[in-house]
Write a protein that binds this ligand. Structure first.
Ligand code: NAD
Ligand code: UD1
Length: 335
């Protein structure tokens, strides 16, 4: 069995996926340009999996580097995490988002073709369902994008579909993630937010750590159970395991497969704050603020397809997600 090339492998989801791959007897090679990660994560991963892991520091857009990686390693498949992911920032610097996300995918696919490696798992997002109001979201829901980040995901999905239509010996899995949160049980890897966190759970953790005074709850007049936004939070280790199942599946079938990776449960902003309070044993102050532009009332997955075809089922509930998030962030902030 060849190795799996993990682009963006030192980032949040990539690093957790590497742990799950090693738990399931796979070996990996990492490429990451450290744009949004730290080199020390490489050593931490080697400690967790107790193996040496090959790491190439560099950019996926560097075709010569990709050629070197394919020449020096026996690669049987790729999981493509590398990319930029902040919605707000994508509206400010759209060209960087199109260049990084789309161009890196093109260069990667060309190199894969050159070395006859035709198995790829791509990190898409529930953001491709745009403003769709019909929850739970099925993979067949209409697709749309409301910002440059979302458009990069939608366009890349289109590129992969075109590629498969032109040559059906490719083995492609598009995974649409819902809201990944939490961290590995060791507390050694997790998400390290840069600056003010955009996402709810890292923001709550900074309030818990005393770095920010209160959580801003973006609206309490949505048509949801308590008026606050509802999302499908999924433990990052569950999400990571979904990639192992996708790679396993692609070793058995040719095809272009699309799966939601979520739990199917929707939690409101206030539910999440309460779960975090319980997990951390701390009080989390919050204030109701205006709605955040672009947000929708509710987004959660119909996870049936991933369950039926991959056997994917999330193990961890909301409290464990918050406990693990806090174990990791406490470790960073309270040294
Ligand atoms: P992350 O920023 O933690 O990880 C991405 C990694 O890719 C980083 O280590 C970064 O340094 C690296 N990288 C970026 N551009 C690169 C390039 N051109 N060449 C080499 N390395 C590069 O992000 P994440 O949360 O782990 O997300 C991984 C993927 O999943 C992304 O494609 C993201 O859009 C997608 N996704 C994330 C979420 C989420 O909430 N985190 C939700 C849906 C989809
Ligand atoms: C956001 C992105 C989405 C991306 C995902 C993961 C937007 C519009 N969507 O999803 O494209 O794939 O992150 O990176 O940015 N909330 C607060 N206070 C906060 C932060 C958030 O009340 O300080 C609320 C939001 O209104 C929402 C929920 O918490 O109801 C979750 O927000 P967030 O964690 O940012 O995720 P999404 O908006 O679902």
């Amino acid at each position: 069995m060849g190795k799996i090339l993990i682009t963006g492998g030192l980032g949040y989801i990539g690093s957790h996926t590497i742990v799950e791959l090693y738990n399931n007897k796979y070996e990996v090679v990492i490429i990451d340009n450290l744009y949004n990660s730290k080199e020390e994560v490489h050593k931490t991963l080697e400690t967790i999996v107790n193996k040496k892991i090959s790491f190439y520091k560099g950019d996926v857009r560097d075709k010569e580097l990709l050629r070197k990686i394919f020449k020096e390693n026996n690669i049987s498949g790729v999981i493509h995490f590398a990319g930029l992911k902040a919605v707000g920032e994508s509206c400010e610097i759209p060209l960087e988002y199109y260049n990084n996300n789309i161009y890196s995918t093109l260069v990667l696919l060309e190199a894969m073709k050159e070395y006859n490696v035709k198995r790829i798992v791509f990190s898409s997002s529930a953001t491709v369902y745009g403003l769709c109001k019909e929850v739970p979201l099925k993979e067949t829901a209409p697709l749309d994008a409301t910002n440059p980040y979302g458009r990069t995901k939608l366009y890349i999905e289109g590129i992969l579909k075109d590629l498969y239509a032109s040559d059906n010996s490719w083995e492609i899995a598009i995974l649409r993630y819902f809201n990944p949160v939490g961290a590995h049980k060791s507390g050694l890897i997790g998400e390290r937010p840069n600056g003010i966190p955009n996402n709810l759970v890292p923001y709550i953790a900074e309030v818990a750590a005393g770095i920010r005074p209160y959580v801003r709850v973006f609206g309490n007049d949505y048509d949801t159970k308590d008026g606050t936004g509802v999302r499908d939070y999924i433990h990052v280790s569950d999400l990571a395991y979904g990639h192992v199942l996708a790679i396993d599946k692609l070793s058995k079938v040719h095809g272009l497969l699309i799966y939601n990776l979520g739990t199917g449960n929707g939690y409101s902003v206030l539910d999440v704050i309460k779960a975090f309070e319980k997990a951390s044993n701390l009080e989390i102050p919050y204030k109701i603020c205006d709605r955040r532009p672009g947000d929708i009332a509710a987004s959660y997955a119909d996870p049936t397809k991933a369950y039926n075809e991959l056997g994917f089922k999330a193990k961890y509930g909301i409290e464990e997600m918050m406990e693990d998030q806090w174990r990791f962030q406490e470790h960073i902030y309270i040294k």
